[in-house]
Design a protein around this ligand. Structure first.
Ligand SMILES: CC(C)(COP(=O)(O)OP(=O)(O)OC[C@H]1O[C@@H](n2cnc3c(N)ncnc32)[C@H](O)[C@@H]1OP(=O)(O)O)[C@@H](O)C(=O)NCCC(=O)NCCS
Length: 142
């Protein structure tokens, strides 16, 4: 198994991975091929995949806005879970963000995703009380 940068040629494979992992993603919005291509060009994304024998078995998309980093799209195929692959992906993403001076990293976890809450808590992420997440969306599927 190796961790490497995502390449836009992996697009169909990454979509299959996310579907299998039942990861909520936005194929008509920010996860469309075009939007991802743009995002990669902007240089604000550390998009990593775990690959074994040509198959994508995991992913993490870390983005930053110059001040703060975000962990998105963390996924590992069900049959590869609980072997430390998710942790490896997050740690590599954190390292890459640290190298460019990002000192705070956050992630958003949907209500009910207890596994993810536990995984991020194991990885040292603390729930931040008293915070509301507000967004303004150009269109519903953005
Ligand atoms: C979240 C996910 C990526 C974790 O991947 P993983 O490779 O199984 O995670 P790891 O094996 O690296 O585990 C990291 C830590 O979390 C713990 N952990 C993993 N799965 C767990 C679970 N279901 N319940 C409790 N703890 C869990 C591990 O024991 C490990 O802690 P340790 O170092 O103390 O042993 C995987 O479960 C997944 O793809 N889920 C579906 C997609 C998803 O919800 N993504 C997150 C969106 S916010």
């Amino acid at each position: 198994m190796k961790i490497r940068n995502f390449n836009i040629k992996d697009y169909n494979k990454i979509i299959r991975l996310w579907e299998t992992c039942e990861l909520p993603y936005k194929p008509k919005g920010r996860d469309s091929k075009e939007k991802m291509q743009e995002e990669l060009k902007k240089g604000i994304a550390v998009f990593l995949v775990a690959e074994e024998k040509g198959n994508l078995i995991g992913s993490v998309l870390a983005t930053h806005d110059g001040r703060k980093g975000w962990i998105n799209r963390l996924s590992v195929l069900p049959e590869y879970r609980k072997q430390g692959i998710g942790a490896m992906l997050v740690k590599e993403a954190e390292k890459r963000l640290d190298e460019i001076g990002i000192e705070i990293i956050a992630c958003l976890i949907e209500d009910g995703n207890d596994t993810s809450l536990q995984v991020f808590s194991k990885l040292g992420y603390l729930e931040f009380p008293g915070m509301h997440y507000l967004t303004k969306r150009k269109y519903p599927d953005v």
